[in-house]
Design a protein. Structure first.
Length: 200
């Protein structure tokens, strides 16, 4: 996709994604900051536009990747803003990932087993850490398994966890959070997944 087309697609999908996010927020009763939606979303449009433009251009006309990047970047936004990963975005990511496997003739069992194992491991981690990992993270990891396979998902989880952990340490040191505060790891998995999908 050339740069001008990437700009146009990003502009359209930024507007569409913004409307979709606001609609999901209105319907949700589980937002972490329901009274600060506007405040926490003040940079949403420019961030979405820039990141969508760059990722669409880098996808090089791969419509499968373009669809994945759109959903992953929207999830990045909602998890940063409200600590929420919506099923309405995770489920299409999984379905498109599964369709991609069959359409391109990729290894179904690698994707399916990775999705099941990755999701199961994160369920156990969620039970162990009691709130440190949410159901949205579990579903995201399972969906990413369909896109990345075993080696790719392992890389995403390791790199995303390290980046998230480093950020969490700095936020605690600078007193933006405490050790008991909830920390959104979803964005570190989504952004790392975009990188590994581009370099696969």
């Amino acid at each position: 996709m050339d740069f001008v087309l990437s700009l146009a697609a990003a502009a359209v999908l930024t507007c569409a994604g913004n409307v979709w996010i606001n609609k999901l927020y209105r319907k949700s009763k589980d937002l972490s900051f329901p009274k600060k939606i506007s405040e926490r979303a003040k940079f949403r449009l420019p961030i979405l536009f820039v990141t969508l433009t760059i990722s669409f251009y880098a996808a090089n006309n791969d419509l499968w990747l373009i669809a994945a990047f759109f959903l992953l970047l929207l999830m990045t936004v909602t998890d940063f803003e409200q600590y929420m990963l919506f099923d309405a975005m995770t489920l299409p990511l999984a379905i498109i990932g599964l369709a991609r496997i069959f359409w391109l003739g990729l290894n179904f069992w690698d994707g399916a087993i990775t999705a099941i194992l990755g999701g199961s491991i994160f369920v156990l981690l969620a039970l162990i850490f009691k709130g440190g990992i949410g159901g949205g993270d579990v579903k995201l990891v399972a969906a990413l398994g369909l896109w990345l396979g075993g080696a790719g998902l392992l890389n995403v989880v390791l790199v995303g966890s390290i980046l998230g952990g480093i950020t969490a340490v700095f936020m605690i040191l600078f007193k933006h959070k405490t050790r008991r505060s909830y920390f959104a790891y979803g964005p570190y998995f989504t952004l790392t997944a975009i990188y590994f999908l581009l370099t696969a």
